[in-house]
Design a protein around this ligand. Structure first.
Ligand code: KIV
Ligand code: ZN
Length: 519
């Protein structure tokens, strides 16, 4: 299949979401999907429909909402997975893709699948054929391809292409390969698989030894034309390849990667990169490292005098990318407490949040409160308020008031008032600090008992009065229970912490209810 540009397959909502602590609710996933569409990714892998009702709903809602990208649902090579994926992606019509996977490496064959080479080929072919009977666009992934014997891998690839796969992905599942090796694997397939021209070869790199970008680029240099990755590189363990890094390498150095100089060999609107990074960080609760390439706060900050002088004389002396081309510095005038509902609505729409009238009312109330305590409400502040208001308010318990006393000469105490089904409940907590005291008060009211296992705070914008965003991980029950994450935002970080904790309580109650319904 002739393909000149590199196709970007974004799996932030599937592999990225598998990252511990990254779980997103439906609204958050939709916001990420809408922003990915603005960024211009070619394919959005929206989830793994068979694993839960929530995943199924997310994939089908995204398939219904997104209008330009292809929407993929992941499935093992088993009938119930493939049928669930087909049903979930169906609303995308002719942009629907089923992505089936089955491991091929000796380790996986022997210890995980307990299947012979012949059985693996048969199962992969059957999976692809079933998927092909349900949608036109079928991708097959040979999990752990980079540790698979080349000759066997070539047999699998040839068989799945004959069965109808139009994209064949050869993942470096455990982030083990090196650029030379990975390029050689792609080269081998191109040389030895006789029907290889009927498919697009795809790569999917994990970053366990920090080689994900180098490996992906080496594969592109060898002829792969789809790159799978996530925004900010989030994902299992050390993460997936960061799409923004591969895209900017292709934009900046096309001639070094086998394309014509001056060519832009992909479809991304790079000016949306920074915004997309922020949406993903906010929605997933996973902060971006300051020095991360392209999207980290420091990526274009020059503190040494020599560099600053060079940049002023000629930008290219110390910068290989103009920061504006990835969306740095594209901010509008901040809102203030005098801004009306219509202005807030318009700004929210620009930021990619389309809210119902009721949701807008909730966010506007919080906006007014924040506007009273800080001079300017920046776009990032506003976006974090959306996240906080809608998440917390969608839960069982709502925050009404919070008050705390702390200092070096008193016992930290907090009084919290929450609302449930229109009734208000107030209680107090004493703790080893004001945050802990708030959590104790919330525990008493909601009759839960959580142990904090993760706590992260960051400012959403600049200045001392920035909105503080807190992400917590809380263990409810014994240590075998999976921790639940929660997020909260407020200009006061103690209030933001209490909101994050309450968000985790609400999520754990919802999960418990869902588990009961499914039992
Ligand atoms: O890393 C991997 O191999 C995967 C496959 C399911 C594509 O995520
Ligand atoms: Zn993966």
């Amino acid at each position: 299949m002739k393909q000149d540009k590199v196709i970007f397959f974004d799996t932030t909502l599937r592999d990225g979401e598998q990252c511990p602590g990254a779980s997103m609710n439906l609204r958050q996933k939709l916001e990420v999907a809408r922003q990915l569409e603005k960024l211009g990714v070619d394919v959005i892998e929206a989830g793994f429909p068979v694993i839960s009702d929530g995943d199924f709903e997310a994939v089908s809602t995204i398939a219904r909402t997104v209008k330009k990208c292809r929407v993929a649902g992941l499935a093992r090579c088993v009938e119930k997975d493939i049928r669930a994926a087909a049903a979930a992606v169906a609303p995308a019509g002719d942009r629907a893709r089923i992505h089936v996977f089955l491991a091929t490496s000796p380790l996986h064959r022997e210890f995980k699948l307990k299947k012979s080479k012949e059985e693996v080929i048969a199962m992969a072919v059957e999976g692809v054929k079933l998927a092909k009977s349900l949608v036109d666009d079928v991708e097959y992934s040979a999990e752990d391809a980079s540790r698979t014997e080349h000759d066997f891998l070539a047999q699998v690839v040839e068989a799945v292409i004959d069965a109808g796969a139009t994209t064949v992905n050869l993942p470096d599942t455990v982030g083990f390969t090196t650029p030379g090796e990975y390029a050689a694997m792609i080269g081998y397939m191109k040389k030895h698989v006789k029907n290889i021209d009927k498919c697009i070869l795809s790569v999917h790199c994990h970053n366990d030894i920090g080689l994900a970008v180098a490996n992906s680029l080496a594969a592109v240099g060898a002829g792969a034309r789809q790159v799978e990755g996530t925004i900010n590189g989030i994902g299992e363990r050390a993460g997936n390849v960061a799409i923004e890094e591969v895209a900017m390498a292709l934009t900046t150095r096309p001639e070094a990667l086998g394309f014509a100089a001056g060519d832009v060999p992909h479809n991304l609107n790079t000016r949306e990169i920074v915004k997309t990074s922020r949406v993903v960080a906010r929605m997933s609760g996973l902060a971006v490292q300051r020095s991360k390439a392209i999207v980290g706060e420091n990526a274009f900050a020059h503190s040494s005098g020599i560099h600053q002088h060079g940049i002023l004389a000629k930008r290219e002396t110390y910068e290989v990318i103009d920061p504006a081309t990835v969306g740095w510095g594209e901010t509008e005038l901040p809102l203030t407490k005098h801004s009306g509902r219509a202005a807030v609505k318009a700004r929210l729409e620009k930021l990619g949040h389309s809210l119902s009238a009721e949701e807008l009312t909730q966010v506007f109330e919080r906006f007014k409160k924040v506007g009273d305590s800080k001079k300017f409400v920046y776009d990032d502040d506003l976006a974090s308020l959306v996240n906080d208001s809608l998440d917390t308010h969608n839960g069982v318990w709502k925050m009404v008031h919070i008050q705390f006393v702390a200092g070096d000469a008193c016992q930290p105490t907090a009084t919290v008032t929450l609302e449930k089904e229109g009734k208000k409940f107030t209680d107090c907590g004493i703790g080893n600090g004001p945050v802990n005291a708030c959590f104790k008060a919330i525990d008493r009211i909601t009759r839960t008992k959580g142990a904090l296992v993760g706590f992260n705070v960051q400012a959403s914008s600049c200045g001392q009065d920035a909105v503080g965003e807190v992400a917590v991980k809380v263990q409810f029950g014994d240590e075998n229970e999976k921790p639940v994450s929660g997020k909260g935002a407020a200009t006061d970080i103690i209030e933001a912490s209490a909101r994050a904790y309450l968000n985790a309580v609400n999520r754990s109650l919802t999960l418990a209810r869902l588990n009961q319904d499914n039992a």
